[in-house]
Design a protein around this ligand. Structure first.
Ligand code: SAM
Length: 292
């Protein structure tokens, strides 16, 4: 078995290509097979799968995923990594590397083109994410309605904790409610700093998001629902009565009526509301805005 991930190999490749990691692109490369397996096997990658990998770097996860997947499409922003990936993945005929910014990629177009071949049953998204854009990447995939079964990502542990948090916890916030609306979240593993080159100055975790086939709650207007969550947590210390004022031009009386309609005490704060309460409240706000 090829050991692309071995620290000596990772360093040899970087030195031979005179490659310098760019901190601003979140380039911390994995050097531990056990952790790579946590991502690839945690996602349950198998031969029926089309895998989308975000940020392949030197290709250490890509190569392992390619041994198990039908096809891997890897999206990498750094042009200096493209010739390296050509070399490290030369023996994988089921990998396509796209030199693109994932935030500007039409992911649905990329995936639908492959699904149209009829070769793949499921789409799984994986990656050791560039930490500086973890939330934007996750929200883009979820809001774009990408037809993925799951998203299994290495990320900053603090962000993983926030995503899978529950009402009343200090870590509970807008990202917890927004992501849990789309997915079930599970932390598969905590990850120490010394499995990366260079070592990041934060702790990491592998988080698996299993996309719900049916949404956990009924939401009439998704954008308004997300705006209510954002506004509620944007001013955490304020009561919902005050924090929701102004959402889509809502007046204090309108918010009061919406809270009453939802059976929620106006003095409560966003951090105490669960997903279902947020949905009920957003539907009531929608009702007010429609003048119903
Ligand atoms: N997968 C490799 C590994 O585990 O060793 C590299 C992971 S590294 C944490 C993140 C990777 O994402 C880097 O290769 C970086 O260049 C790439 N990246 C950063 N921003 C990106 C973006 N907007 N779109 C695509 N790739 C990006």
């Amino acid at each position: 078995m090829k050991k692309l991930y071995a620290p000596s190999t990772v360093n040899e490749i970087r030195n031979r290509h005179d490659f310098k990691n760019t901190k601003s692109l979140g380039q911390n490369f994995l050097t531990d097979k056990g952790i790579i397996d946590k991502i690839v096997d945690g996602a349950g990658v198998c031969e029926d799968d089309l895998v989308l990998e975000i940020g392949p770097g030197l290709g250490v996860i890509t190569w392992e995923a390619a041994q198990k997947a039908g096809k891997v499409i890897a999206v990498e922003i750094d042009k200096n990594l493209i010739p390296i990936l050509k070399e490290t993945l030369a023996d994988c005929d089921n990998v396509e590397v796209l030199h693109q910014d994932i935030l500007k990629t039409d992911i649905n177009e990329v995936i639908n083109r492959e699904l149209a071949t009829g070769k793949y049953k499921n789409v799984k998204v994986i990656g050791n994410l560039p930490y500086y854009i973890t939330t934007p990447i996750i929200m883009k995939i979820l809001e774009d309605g990408v037809e993925a079964e799951s998203l299994t990502f290495m990320m900053q542990k603090e962000v993983a904790d926030r995503i899978q948090s529950a009402p009343g916890k200090k870590t509970y916030g807008a990202v917890s409610v927004a992501v849990q609306y789309y997915c079930e979240a599970e932390i598969l593993s905590k990850v120490p700093r010394d499995v990366f080159i260079p070592q990041p100055n934060v702790d990491s975790a592998v988080l698996k998001l299993t996309v719900r086939k049916e949404k956990a709650v009924e939401v009439e207007n998704r954008d308004l629902f997300l705006s209510c969550i954002k506004a509620g947590f944007g001013q955490r210390r304020k009561t919902l009565l005050n924090s929701l004022m102004g959402v889509d031009g809502m007046t204090k009386d309108g918010v009061k009526a919406a809270l009453e309609g939802a059976g929620i005490d106006p003095s409560r704060r966003a951090e105490t509301l669960d997903l279902e309460e947020f949905a009920t409240l957003a539907n009531q706000v929608n009702k007010q805005l429609q003048g119903k």
